[in-house]
Design a protein around this ligand. Structure first.
Ligand SMILES: Cc1cc2nc3c(=O)[nH]c(=O)nc-3n(C[C@H](O)[C@H](O)[C@H](O)COP(=O)(O)O)c2cc1C
Length: 328
């Protein structure tokens, strides 16, 4: 029988499959179902910086004010009154209901007083904290180095505020992602989640106005985290969580082969229901048995850039080869 247990952020997980922060993960019954269908941990839906700032105001108003700087906040919140107090109560209820680790999530874009909430989340019993740092940087006068400095400062603030392990959920849009991950590692964070998936605003030709829509991912989007996990495995000393586009067992196995410590799923479970997690888990076990693997460590990272004979496969060489071989 294949052993799927793994260590993530210093926590022991029975499986590398995690219910990602999502609309599913703010309801206790979904969290229980995830555990029942083999999840190794759950990440609760985020507490957004905007929610903290808008405590005691109508959330929709606050989200509208902040929509320009953080469109995610607007798209993810239902127009209802939610705030830090409800969030702490969710953490407590989840801890009471589940045996697997409960990872809380903070979504923020700058260093701020809200780091105090990180401490409250830890005090409420969360086993770890995922920090989703995200802001749309549209000011032409702000260089990338300044943006990175702010992100690292925001993460260091959270890291210093809590004793529980911290993971950082990142955007793929950095000039030197590997260097940023190395900087984050120096703040003492235990892992990075690659990647957050961004909802891009569209334009409605009927309304002649911008419009935002919630869309679920497709499996081809998993190639972006696959590449970066493959590049970073063995080069940084923190856990790598794959997020975006993993919809089935083969998608999960590929991320593990590239070097993922764990694999998070949101869209696949939103589309197929939480029990789909059980099928993904069963598929991983069957694959391991077919290949003669009894534990994840036997194959994790074996197809990372460091381990393969053609390291160019993860870099530009592959692009050049593919482009030059096209004859249409
Ligand atoms: C409906 C929905 C709500 C989400 N809410 C959050 C959230 O509150 N915080 C967060 O960090 N990510 C959130 N996400 C992003 C997911 O955690 C995940 O990173 C992203 O959807 C890509 O993974 P997937 O391809 O498995 O969906 C949400 C995703 C969906 C679909």
């Amino acid at each position: 029988m294949a052993d799927l247990s793994t260590h993530y952020l210093g926590l022991k997980l029975p499986s590398p499959l995690i219910l990602a922060s999502s609309a599913l993960s703010n309801r206790i019954e979904n969290l229980e179902a995830a555990e029942g269908h083999g999840a190794g941990a759950v990440v609760l839906r985020s507490l957004f910086e905007e929610q903290i700032e808008a405590d005691n105001t109508l959330l929709e108003e606050a989200a509208a004010q902040h929509a320009e700087s953080n469109p995610e906040a607007r798209t993810y919140f239902p127009p209802q009154r939610v705030g830090p107090h409800e969030y702490l109560s969710l953490v407590k209820k989840a801890k009471k209901a589940l045996g697997i680790p409960v990872i809380a999530s903070l979504n923020c874009c700058a260093p701020g007083s809200w780091t105090g909430y990180a401490r409250q989340i830890a005090d409420a019993g969360a086993d770890a904290l995922e920090v989703n740092v995200y802001a749309v940087e549209a000011d032409p006068s702000v260089p990338g180095s300044e943006v990175e400095r702010r992100y690292v400062e925001a993460v260091a603030g959270v890291r210093a505020a809590v004793k529980i392990p911290v993971a950082v959920k990142l955007s793929p849009y950095f000039t030197s992602l590997a260097n940023l991950v190395a900087q984050l590692q120096q703040t003492g964070v235990a892992g990075v989640v690659l990647f957050n998936r961004f909802l891009q605003p569209d334009i409605s030709l009927e309304k002649m106005a911008p419009q935002s829509m919630m869309s679920l991912s497709t499996p081809t989007e998993a190639l972006l985290p696959l590449r970066w996990i493959g590049l970073l495995y063995g080069r940084v000393q923190l856990d790598l969580a794959a997020s975006t586009g993993v919809h089935d067992a083969s998608g999960a196995v590929k991320q593990l082969l590239a070097g993922a410590t764990v694999v998070q799923l949101a869209s696949a479970l939103s589309r197929n229901g939480v029990p789909h997690l059980g099928k993904v888990q069963q598929g991983i076990e069957e694959w391991m048995e077919r290949r003669g693997h009894s534990s994840l460590d036997e194959f994790r990272g074996s197809l990372s850039q460091k381990q393969i004979s053609d390291p160019g496969a993860f870099e530009r060489a592959q692009y050049v080869h593919l482009i030059l071989s096209q004859n249409i």
